[in-house]
Ligand binder design. Sequence first.
Ligand SMILES: NC(=O)c1ccc[n+]([C@@H]2O[C@H](COP(=O)([O-])OP(=O)(O)OC[C@H]3O[C@@H](n4cnc5c(N)ncnc54)[C@H](OP(=O)(O)O)[C@@H]3O)[C@@H](O)[C@H]2O)c1
Length: 278
Amino acid sequence: MRILIIGGSGFLGAELVRQAAAAGHATAATFATKPGTVAATWHALDLRDSERAEAVVAEVDPQLIVNATSGGSDWAVTAEGPIRLAMAAARYGCRLVHVSSDAVFSGRRVHYDESCLPDPVTPYGAAKAAAETGIRLAYPDAVIARTSLIIGDWRSEHVRLVHDLVTGCRDGFLFTDDIRCPVHVIDLAAALLELGSGEANGVHHLGGADAVSRHELGTLIASRDGLDALQLPAGLRADSPVPGALDVRLNSRATQRKLHTTLRGARQFLAVGHSSPS
Ligand SMILES: NC(=O)c1ccc[n+]([C@@H]2O[C@H](COP(=O)([O-])OP(=O)(O)OC[C@H]3O[C@@H](n4cnc5c(N)ncnc54)[C@H](OP(=O)(O)O)[C@@H]3O)[C@@H](O)[C@H]2O)c1
């Protein structure tokens, strides 16, 4: 299959490129600032350029596109760019998997399955929710895959934070009341490619099986990496001015039932001595 990974130079994107190429697919990928290091055909793409996404799709002529870009709260990158990409995918008749986030939820109802409508409380969550809505309308055959904190090696921002807090390179806290369902980057990439190669469409949830606090997650990461977890400062998000949802648990059971890939929980994939599938 010809696969195009949009945002292939990012953390998740690099794993998608690695797995797609390892499976023998003709793999092309995009970057915004610097091409990735994994072997693929690399194309420069800034989603703020309204013409460029369609030009790259036309040049690569992919059968599957996976969009793993992240533009934070930048509306043009996170909301508008993915919708333009979906319009191009629809025009060229290729499958599209768009990576979304649990940030589309406020946390008011805690447990969220695929039927739940977005109720974002941050600009980033609002941009992700806008992209979901636009993509569903522009290309109903697309897959929208919501995920949670993405964990792996030091390239994960969450792993880097834990290392920096333990070694004192950064100030801050890990909240004990901020709950998510972290997922391993290897499981997530495999699940996205599996959804893309099948006939699924619509909203899917790809969170890990365990709901853990940011502090428990940090403790698990520190223990895995041989760091002193007791050095991790704990705090309450409810007491902090940091905006965002407290407790968002993606219920991914319906999606998991469709997949061969297992979405392991953080307590499993971060267990000391546990090795990741390659
Ligand atoms: N990380 C998490 O814990 C988490 C949690 C929930 C959902 N997600 C979602 O998962 C996806 C992947 O996240 P990630 O952590 O792997 O992201 P990341 O490492 O920050 O990678 C972001 C990618 O987007 C590209 N990009 C940035 N600005 C762009 C622009 N203007 N035009 C086109 N491409 C642009 C980057 O290119 P360059 O590197 O070349 O600049 C990079 O390839 C995102 O959709 C994110 O919203 C992530």
